[in-house]
Design a protein. Structure first.
Length: 352
């Protein structure tokens, strides 16, 4: 294991130096457009301050879905509005996770359509497939593969890359509860290139950053009387040539209302766009969780889906260059998660 770790570090340093890194603004966050859960969880590889898991989790860390016991589905939309140039763009996302005895399989499709001057990504179609498995209740591993196509007249290009992730939990650490650590190696393969289109600024390179190591930590600070407050923090190194920092705080009331706030900081864009609007992009999100009794539905009942839990979320985020993002989405879990271990007892045997 030690030799493998050393090899990965050397490989990352060598290959990272072969790739220039100067993505278009917003390019590094390509996979975060389409569903509010990506942002309200602070893009946390550890699952957010208040742990959240679903089919959408694969975009942050492919290991996060390993704890799912019930099928999960998500759908969302993000609208992008350039208030300075009166331009609009958008993104959408649809995903599904299905647990089996050998692990959890997840798939999703995503579309990003933005030719805004400040977020010049073009028209992009993506699909993602992943597998995850729990080693123990507190240790998860997972991997995913993403493929996609980009069209930005006259440029056309493809994306073919994978992610590998791990997740570890400690139930209590000092005054913290549900402490989680995570590590992900993202974009292992070919990312989008921007050659061939005059729409991109001179000097702009491909996106997202090839070979991006990322680490995150999250924990609950307060849990009493139905109120839970958690925090998370992540750091990523795209192509080992930039630093991205994410921090967020989440609060839940009676496991019904969820409030999220936080900010992202892109060191590279802060230097390159220092004369423009601030690039530390704050956000605020709100969501509700409710359950629907589906026991009366014959089709759902036959599959053991007697109850469906639905999360409905909304998000506002200020991006750089005067662009506003508004996102809405829902995530559903079909069935009831078993939170209690089996009660096994040995009866008394009598011989007469």
């Amino acid at each position: 294991m030690k030799k493998i770790s050393v090899f990965l570090v050397v490989f990352a340093l060598f290959t990272g130096g072969l790739y220039a890194y100067e993505p278009p603004q917003g390019g590094q966050n390509l996979f975060l457009f389409g569903h509010p859960k990506f942002i309200t969880s602070a893009n946390s590889a550890a699952g957010g301050g208040i742990f959240s898991e679903g089919s959408y989790s694969i975009n942050m860390n492919p290991a996060l879905t390993a704890g799912l016991q019930c099928p999960s589905m998500d759908a969302g939309f993000t609208g992008l509005f350039d208030e300075k140039n009166s331009e609009i763009g958008g993104a959408m996302r649809l995903g599904l996770s299905y647990p089996t005895r050998i692990g959890v399989f997840t798939g999703g499709v995503q579309g990003v359509f933005t030719k805004l001057d400040e977020v010049p990504l073009g028209n992009i179609a993506l699909f993602r497939l992943g597998f995850s498995r729990d080693v123990t209740d507190n240790l998860f591993f997972g991997f995913s593969f993403t493929g996609g196509m980009l069209s930005y007249t006259p440029a056309e290009d493809s994306y073919m890359a994978g992610d590998i992730g791990a997740w570890y939990r400690i139930r209590e650490l000092l005054f913290l509860k549900n402490v989680r650590f995570a590590a992900v190696l993202q974009n292992i393969g070919k990312t989008f290139e921007t050659k061939g289109s005059q729409k991109y600024e001179e000097g702009v390179t491909g996106f997202p950053g090839f070979l991006t190591p990322k680490a995150g930590v999250a924990a609950s600070l307060f849990d009493a009387n139905g109120i839970v407050v958690g925090v998370s923090s992540d750091i990523a190194l795209p192509s080992l040539k930039n630093i991205l920092f994410n921090a967020g705080v989440q609060a839940s009331i009676k496991d019904f209302v969820f409030i999220s706030a936080g900010w992202d900081f892109n060191v590279g864009e802060a230097i390159d766009y220092k004369d423009k609007d601030p690039v530390h992009t704050p956000y605020i999100g709100i969501g509700v969780r409710f359950s629907v009794n589906t026991a009366g539905n014959e089709t759902m009942s036959k599959r053991g889906f007697n109850e469906t839990t639905i999360d409905a979320d909304g998000l506002w985020q200020k991006l750089g260059g005067g662009v506003q993002a508004v996102s809405f989405g829902a995530a559903a879990s079909f069935g009831v998660k078993d939170l209690l271990p089996p009660d096994i007892s040995v009866g008394e045997v009598r011989y007469e």
